[in-house]
Structure formats: structure tokens, C-alpha cells
Design a protein around this ligand. Structure first.
Ligand SMILES: [Zn+2]
Length: 492
């Protein structure tokens, strides 16, 4: 099964500044011809859509043998046999491409067709002039990656086999095009993580750079632990980015099992950008703006928004990396399950005109789903199964007492939480994180349904996945409830 295997891409830049003009031209020729071939295949597929389709596992797929009958033929043209005629003869059209190369282009074209069908993309996209890279698989010996420590130009080289310029003295000479790579120690480490499956050579026209994308496949070690179980509850917040609370079989939480995650630099950076964007938007709103000036401002705005998005992306990654590091360190001591509180319908409840413009703005900018998704993805790279990181609904967790379970509580200000029933006073986000962790234990030990839904992926996980939970049952006992009757409403 490929299900528990992870596919990653490592992107390495080619050192084009040391390439000779001939090599550069060759690189352009190869990639140009590849994308032309792929376009040609796509045209054939779209033209013969009804003829080529066959149903496999209830899914419509392009039948490759039928496509080959239209485009490629295996028999050679010799003195005794003539090549059978085919309708769209790609071998005639691209005489210097080898059969393997054409087949790789065919596979790429069918993959592009399937993804276009899945996305229901417009027919205008069907013939885009963009260069499309060909995926060259390692199985057919298409390329070699070598390390030469003594070479002064580059330590890592990739040799790509191509059939251009290979005819010498009437014999086919499979020359290799050797490309020097700008491989940093980070790239080296990443390349050693898995098995290289395929390679793509890409050109970025805006940067004017050539890059190689290596596609790796690796089976991560499965995370399993013989340690006692624990649940880590994470409450995602807007101002404080997260609060985590670790519930262990001890039944009490100590100082080291609580973490507050904040990100002040991110807030400052984003605010600066927002101010700049607001300024430009104000200029745009002026009716007296000339056409040329308007165009200028719109361009600037586009650039700023792009930069802001990049900043968001970067800060999210660094922040999730910190969380992952912490989770992995805790995972060494416990059989750990992570629960993320996931707000449902929070955006709908903060509609325009609900008299809270400030909170509405911050809520709509809050990217809780991306954080949860990233967390899930990054832990999956370390071999964590999907049911170990769950996103469950966080409704009522902020207004319930995590000690006695009473709803009779007050929040005099944002950070403080006071229980009117048992007099418990804590940080409100920490209270939420504890409640979220408790909710998972409750779902498992006092089940209403026989599965738990993960709100990020929408998958259901059976309760049998959480086998070791009875040790954590003491978290569900309400404490100090013998002193006061629950719901009595004694204020402190
Ligand atoms: Zn209480």
C-alpha cells in the first residue's frame, strides 16, 4: 500500500552561471520539445475523448493502450516491414525523441488531463503556452545523481539522458547532459531521507532560473509507544497563538505540562503591511484618480498582498515547527494523542453588523484550519497516524470550568477565567485547552457514538484506536464537588 508512504519534493537550483552556452541551449531544447510533445498528446486526448475513455474502479480514465494505438507504434520501419500508419504519428513529428521519452510525455499528459477533469477547469486552459516539465522516472535509468567531493565547480551533479545530438558516425550514442547543482547541506540531508523516484527540470521565467525537482518516496517509521497514555489539548487563539495542556495519568497538571505559544514579531510584521495596504485602498477609493495612476496603485497593491501572503506562510511554518518539536519531545515520554480545538461556524457568528467590528476583523483573519492542517501533515512525516492528531469542536470549552465542569462561570476580562461554583481561577485559554483534552477522554470513555470525527479531514476514527485510555479516567471525575453542590452558584 502506498497509503503510509510519504511523497516529498526536494527543489534544487541548477548552477546556470557555470553552464556553457551549448549546454544551456540543449537544456532549452529538451524542455521545449518535451512541453510541445505533452501539448500534442493533450490535444489528441481532448480530440478523441469519447474513444479513449474506459471505466476503471468506477472512475473514468484514459486508456493508454488505445492512446498508443493512435500516437505511437512499437514496430520499426525496416526493409521487410513498414511501420503501420497511425492517425497522429508522434514518432514522425518528433523523430529525435526516444520511445521512452515519448511514453513519459504520454504519462504526463494523461495525468494533466485527469487533474483538469477533477478540477473542472475551463477549456481555455487546455492549450496554455506554458512550459510543462516531463517527469523522468528513475526506473528506466533516465538520470543519475552523483556526488564528486573533489570537483571545484559543484559537489553534486545530475546526469540527464537525452536523445538530442546523439547521432555520431551513424550510431546512437546516449550522451548524458551533466548539470551542476547548488546543493546545500540541507538539500543533501533531504535527499538522503528517502528513495528518489523521479525528476523534473523546470524553468522559472520570472526569476530566469533553472531548477531540478526531485520526487522522493519514503516510508516513515511508525510512531508507537509503550509508555503511559497522555492527551495534549491545544487551544488555538488569535492573540496568543496557542496554549497547550498535557493531561497525564497522574490526574494533576503541573507547571511544566503547560505551554503558551505567542508570536509577537508576526503580529508586528503583519500590522505594518496592513497599514500600507489600507493606505493604498484609500487612494483607490478616490473618484478623481486618473487611469494611469490607478493602474500603478493596483500593481503596488497586488505586490504588497503577495508579500503579505508570503509572510503569513513563513510565520505559520515556523510556528507549527515549534509546536511539532514540542509534541515530538513529549511523544518520547508518553503514548501521546493530540487534540486541537476547532471552532465551528465562528466566521458565521461574526457577521457584518454584529456590533463587534474589531473581533470580527481578527476572527476573519485567523487561519486556524491551516495551522491544524500543517500540524497534521508535519507530524505525518514523522510517522504519526492520523487518529493521533484530531481536531474536535471547541464549543463551550471556554465557558466550562475545567475543574468541576460547571457552566456557572464569569470572564471579567479576556485572559481571566473564574468559576463561580468552585472558585477556580485560571488563564481562560489554559482552561480551554484542558477542556479540549478532557473532551477527547470523555468521547472515548463515555461514548455516545462508536467513532470520533476529525474536523480537518472529515474522517471518522473508531474508538478502538484509543485503546489505552482507562488510565486517564480520573480526569473525568469532578473535583471538590463534595464541597459545593454543582450549579449552586456560590460567588467568590
Ligand atoms: Zn469550577
Amino acid at each position: 500500500m502506498t497509503r503510509n508512504r510519504v511523497r516529498t519534493t526536494v527543489k534544487v537550483k541548477i548552477k546556470t552561471e557555470v553552464l556553457t552556452a551549448r549546454k544551456k541551449r540543449k537544456l532549452e531544447q529538451i524542455t521545449g520539445r518535451d512541453s510541445r510533445t505533452i501539448h500534442h498528446f493533450l490535444k489528441v486526448i481532448y480530440h478523441n475523448e469519447n474513444h479513449l475513455m474506459s471505466v476503471k474502479n468506477r472512475k473514468k480514465k484514459v486508456n493508454k493502450t488505445k492512446l498508443d494505438q493512435l500516437t505511437l507504434t512499437t514496430t520499426k520501419n525496416t526493409a521487410y516491414t513498414s511501420r503501420p500508419k497511425v492517425r497522429h504519428d508522434l514518432k514522425k513529428r518528433f523523430p529525435r525523441s526516444s520511445h521512452d521519452e515519448l511514453q513519459e510525455c504520454r504519462d504526463n499528459a494523461t495525468a494533466i488531463y485527469h487533474s483538469q477533469q477533477a478540477l473542472n477547469s475551463s477549456p481555455a486552459k487546455k492549450t496554455s503556452p506554458k512550459k510543462i516539465p516531463r517527469t523522468q522516472s528513475v526506473n528506466k535509468n533516465r538520470f543519475i545523481l552523483t556526488c564528486s567531493p573533489s570537483n571545484s565547480i559543484a559537489r553534486w551533479w545530475v546526469g540527464i539522458r537525452d536523445s538530442l545530438d546523439t547521432r555520431k558516425n551513424n550510431t546512437r550514442n546516449h550522451e548524458k547532459l551533466w548539470l551542476p547543482l547548488a546543493c546545500s547541506p540541507y538539500h543533501e540531508y533531504k535527499l538522503q531521507q528517502g528513495k528518489i523516484q523521479a525528476l523534473e527540470v523546470l524553468y522559472y521565467p520570472k526569476k530566469k532560473e533553472w531548477w531540478v525537482h526531485f520526487i522522493l518516496l519514503h516510508a516513515p517509521d511508525k510512531y508507537s509507544s509503550s509508555h503511559p497514555p497522555a492527551v495534549l489539548g491545544i487551544d488555538l487563539g488569535i492573540n496568543k497563538r496557542a496554549v497547550s495542556a498535557l493531561l497525564t495519568p497522574k490526574g494533576v497538571i503541573n507547571r511544566h505540562e503547560i505551554r503558551f505559544w505567542s508570536d509577537k514579531t508576526r503580529k508586528r510584521l503583519l500590522k505594518e503591511k496592513e497599514r500600507e495596504i489600507a493606505k493604498l485602498q484609500k487612494i483607490l477609493a478616490k473618484p478623481s484618480l486618473s487611469f494611469g495612476k490607478r493602474k500603478q496603485v493596483l500593481y503596488k497593491l497586488k505586490l504588497l498582498r503577495k508579500r503579505q501572503r508570503a509572510k503569513h506562510n513563513l510565520t505559520d511554518h515556523t510556528y507549527v515547527n515549534k509546536l511539532v518539536k514540542y509534541i515530538l519531545s513529549v511523544g518520547k515520554r508518553y503514548d501521546l494523542y493530540v487534540v486541537v480545538g476547532f471552532p465551528i461556524l465562528i466566521r458565521k457568528s461574526h457577521y457584518r453588523g454584529n456590533q463587534q467590528p474589531r473581533t470580527r476583523k481578527s476572527v476573519h483573519k485567523w487561519n486556524y484550519r491551516r495551522v491544524a492542517e500543517l500540524l497534521k501533515f508535519k507530524l505525518s512525516l514523522h510517522g504519526w497516524e492520523e487518529y493521533r492528531i484530531l481536531a474536535i469542536g471547541e464549543s463551550w470549552t471556554s465557558s466550562t470550568c475545567s475543574r468541576c465542569g460547571s457552566y456557572h462561570t464569569t470572564r471579567p476580562n479576556q485572559p481571566t477565567f473564574i468559576c463561580n461554583n468552585c472558585g477556580y481561577q485560571v488563564n481562560a485559554d489554559l482552561n480551554g485547552a484542558k477542556n479540549i483534552a478532557k473532551r477527547l477522554i470523555k468521547y472515548v470513555l463515555q461514548p455516545k457514538y462508536n467513532s470520533i470525527k476529525d474536523l480537518v479531514s472529515g474522517k471518522f476514527f473508531p474508538l478502538s484506536s484509543f485503546r489505552v485510555f482507562p488510565v486517564l479516567s480520573q480526569w473525568l471525575q469532578t473535583k471538590q464537588s463534595h464541597l459545593l453542590t454543582p450549579g449552586a452558584g456560590v460567588s467568590t
